[in-house]
Design a protein around this ligand. Structure first.
Ligand SMILES: Cc1cc2nc3c(=O)[nH]c(=O)nc-3n(C[C@H](O)[C@H](O)[C@H](O)COP(=O)(O)OP(=O)(O)OC[C@H]3O[C@@H](n4cnc5c(N)ncnc54)[C@H](O)[C@@H]3O)c2cc1C
Length: 389
């Protein structure tokens, strides 16, 4: 067992760190508090080979591995936490599921501008009555002479106010087997983007309404029976969520460490108080443990799609470690940690959201328990037994 990165991975890591320090360190605080997705950063990253890291070169990608993408996201987020979201959009999010299953014609039409950072794709999965129970989704397709008609609604979609393209989970028929997905362009007739709401982390989301929206057959990404494949792609999204949570925890830790070395109270640096030291001991143990689980999930991923079990364990550990470290770092930094003059309070708000987004901690634990006992556990109410009916 080797716990070290390869020479090639270390070189790549250094290159990305250098890029981030040159281009993203300045303005990191303002960038975090600015509302729109930073498309200028997206274009810059695309020009510097940081989009489509795992996608084949034939598709316009970089031909790297999931582990490379994780390393890039870590290094960028450690310098500019908000720019981690851009790495997510260009590598781990809906773009990854799209590129995995898209037809050559769909790639031809949509992939190039996505990989250039010119357009943005979001995944529209959650509905008002289908959150954790995502297979209860109701958005549905009815056949018409030229393809399909989409009706329904979605909530909580990241970048919904500004995405150019949506990968919409929807129903071709009943049950889990009836679920697939389609590609929906922002300007489509009958597609309405509702009034914006704001999350605690400052992100804006808008409800999405589909009223008999025409979907040409060429915009079907995965037809009936596509749900399992979609979730296989979505596990990459979860690795991106985990990586950012961990990186923002480490970013906060680094800020707090510097602060504890320099801030003096009672005539000595606060790092000399045991109450402060123990926080750092707990934080570093949580960060390092979660990082090993994250790297395990990424390196064991077959065809760069990680297993559900490895992903769930990594997400649980990274979400908890990230939040713990942002929370404790804020405490170490006192009033300065709570102030918007540093990014630690922002990291706390972001890491809190990732405990819900991309599958809540509770849902990750449900999945992990299935792996432990090697059997499924239905979350549905038990059916009445024959003799009780
Ligand atoms: C920051 C952020 C970004 C997001 N981005 C997107 C996006 O881009 N696209 C998208 O489609 N969605 C997105 N979401 C939505 C997200 O996927 C859902 O919020 C999440 O799946 C939980 O669904 P819910 O909010 O409806 O909560 P519910 O499912 O109603 O759950 C409420 C609570 O009950 C718990 N719970 C539910 N079922 C169980 C169970 N069986 N066992 C134990 N506990 C359970 C949950 O863990 C939670 O604590 C985002 C959410 C956030 C916060």
């Amino acid at each position: 067992m080797d716990f070290e990165l390869t020479e090639e991975q270390r070189i790549f890591q250094d290159q990305v760190r250098g890029f981030a320090e040159r281009h993203l360190a300045e303005g990191a605080l303002e960038r975090a508090h600015a509302e729109p997705h930073p498309r200028d950063v997206a274009k810059l990253m695309a020009e510097n080979g940081l989009f489509g890291i795992v996608l084949p070169e034939a598709d316009g990608g970089q031909g790297g591995t999931l582990m490379d993408a994780v390393l890039a996201m870590e290094q960028v987020s450690l310098v500019c936490p908000r720019s981690g979201d851009v790495i997510q959009a260009g590598n781990f999010g809906a773009i990854r599921t799209f590129a995995e299953y898209a037809s050559p014609q769909q790639k031809e039409r949509f992939l190039k501008p996505l990989l250039a950072g010119e357009t943005l794709i979001s995944v529209a999965m959650t509905e008002p009555d289908a959150g954790s129970a995502v297979t209860d989704l109701k958005s549905n397709l009815k056949p018409d002479s030229e393809g399909w008609r989409l009706s329904g609604s979605k909530v909580f979609v990241t970048n919904s106010g500004e995405a150019d393209l949506f990968l919409v989970y929807c129903r071709f028929g009943p049950g889990v087997g009836g679920i697939g997905s389609v590609l929906l362009e922002r300007e489509a007739d009958g597609f309405e983007i509702g009034a914006p709401s704001k999350y605690m982390n400052g992100e804006v989301w808008c409800p999405l309404f589909f009223e008999n929206v025409h979907i040409p057959q060429e915009h079907v990404l995965l037809g009936e029976g596509g749900f399992k494949k979609q979730i296989a792609g979505f596990n990459v999204e979860r690795i991106g969520n985990s990586t950012r949570a961990l990186a923002l925890g480490r970013y906060s830790f680094n800020q707090a460490r510097e602060y504890a070395l320099n801030r003096e109270q009672f005539g000595r640096p606060i790092c000399e108080f045991q109450g402060i030291q123990w926080k750092f001991a707990e934080m570093i143990a949580a960060l390092d443990a979660a990082q090993l689980l994250l790297y395990r999930a990424a390196t064991r991923a077959e065809s760069d799609l990680p297993s559900a079990q490895d992903t769930s364990i990594a997400k649980l550990a990274c979400n908890q470690a990230g939040y713990l470290c942002a929370h404790e770092s804020m405490q170490v930094m006192g009033g300065m940690g709570y102030s918007q003059d540093t990014l630690v309070e922002w990291c706390l708000r972001k890491t809190r959201g990732w405990m819900i987004a991309g599958g809540s901690l509770e849902m990750m634990k449900n999945r992990i328990a299935e792996g432990v006992f090697e059997r499924p556990f239905s979350q549905r109410p038990p059916r009445p037994r024959q003799r009780d009916r």
